[in-house]
Design a protein around this ligand. Structure first.
Ligand code: SF4
Ligand code: SF4
Length: 386
């Protein structure tokens, strides 16, 4: 069977979405809503953005729409696939009184596996980070495992990186190489088309059912040119693999207090980060009419942030009481201590935390100051004014 084909950007994408839905997947992909690109259920290829581009800078994300037929000319917004694999709010346990005893129930697994359409390399590496943490053999997260099982991934090459992207500094790049069943690369030279390459046997099977033609050397060369052009726009900004060593010993650096003068401790950076997995739980108990023994207790899990004061409560006292301490925890966990803890880097260089920071704080620039490096691209230098 063919492992690479060329499909029409409109009809072919439509056929792909419909094929995945017919195969029993819950198909999720990018859509335009309220002036932004978010991920949601899609039922046809025409639900995916057309003629969209995004302008990004520290503290800024804007959608531009033109009359072009481009399908993947944008970079992701605040949303990430994390929301579908580990939702922001979810019930995890229900305990109820039954026949004089207690019965506990976990929510059932999803009725359909997910198909993620349009995932970038940084996003696939972020899912791999979540897998490393939440599918840990000793303590797997059952809810996450249920959602992650049999996920079908349609990745896409990032042809137009944004000004806050820095994936090439931290082990990634514009083209996904792992973790996908199909990979799309949008081509313009020589005619608008999508090169589709399979990354798994299942991907090859699905590809065989999508109308298109065999890919030629011309198509593959055009795809290489797309990647090369994207890499040109992604000059390395930090020495990624050396960051743990370079940041070690920075705990008392004066920069933490300086950035704390601007940081609002709002937690936006942690909410949009596709690898942040901290969560908290609450229990809601339903009492009988007379307020005696409870009849039911529901436990829910919610995303949490290391910028919340009570996140570091130990014995009733927050050990990271200042914003400087909380920002230091955020940055050093991402870039310094994560590899020792999980054997992977905790940051994939997607730039979301910088784009969606209301104070325009750029994690790359801050890390560069801490290690005494020059931020060579100059992106994200809006340091003092948001
Ligand atoms: S760094 Fe920015 S996004 Fe993160 S908590 Fe501070 S102000 Fe909010
Ligand atoms: S720390 Fe920032 S750049 Fe790194 S993965 Fe999280 S949101 Fe993306």
């Amino acid at each position: 069977m063919d492992r690479s084909r060329v499909i029409d950007p409109q009809k072919g994408l439509d056929a792909l979405v419909r094929e995945l839905a017919a195969a029993g997947y819950r198909v999720v992909g990018p859509i335009v809503r309220d002036g932004a690109i978010v991920y949601d259920d899609v039922t046809s290829g025409s639900d995916l953005p057309t003629g969209c581009a995004s302008d990004q800078a520290p503290g800024r994300w804007r959608l531009r729409i033109d009359d072009e037929p481009t399908r993947f000319g944008w970079t992701p917004g605040a949303d990430s696939w994390k929301r579908f694999l580990a939702p922001a709010h979810q019930e995890v346990l229900r305990i109820r009184r039954h026949d004089g005893s207690w019965v506990s129930e976990a929510p059932p697994p999803p009725d359909r596996p997910l198909a993620l359409v349009g995932a970038r390399d940084c996003e696939l590496r972020a899912v791999a980070v979540l897998d490393r943490v939440l599918l840990d053999a000793d303590r797997p997260d059952a809810q996450y495992a249920g959602r992650r099982r049999d996920t079908f991934v349609v990745a896409t090459t990032c042809g137009v990186p944004s000004a806050t992207c820095w994936c090439t500094s931290i082990g990634g790049g514009p083209q996904p190489h792992h973790g996908f069943d199909l990979r799309l690369t949008e081509l313009h030279e020589g005619g608008h088309r999508l090169l589709v390459e399979s990354g798994s046997e299942l991907g090859t099977e699905v590809l065989g059912r999508i109308p298109g033609r065999l890919a030629t050397d011309v198509d593959h060369v055009a795809a290489e040119a797309v990647v090369a052009r994207a890499v040109e726009h992604l000059p390395p900004r930090l020495p990624g693999s050396d960051l743990p060593a370079l940041l070690a010993g920075s705990a008392s650096h004066a920069r933490w207090e300086q950035v704390a003068q601007r940081c609002l401790s709002c937690g936006n950076c942690t909410m949009v980060c596709p690898t942040c997995f901290c969560s908290t739980f609450d229990d809601t108990t339903v009492l009988t009419d007379d307020g005696s023994a409870p009849v039911e207790t529901v436990r829910r899990q919610h995303w949490a942030s290391c910028f919340e004061l009570d996140h570091s409560n130990l014995g009733g006292v927050p050990v990271r009481a200042t914003i400087a301490a909380r920002y230091r925890q955020w940055l050093t966990h991402k870039l310094e201590t994560w590899p020792a803890q999980f054997e992977v880097t905790g940051c994939v260089g997607c730039g979301r935390c910088t784009t969606w920071c209301p104070a325009a704080i750029d994690i790359v620039h801050e890390a560069g100051v801490l290690i005494g490096a020059d931020d060579r691209s100059g992106a994200g230098r809006r340091e003092e004014q948001p």
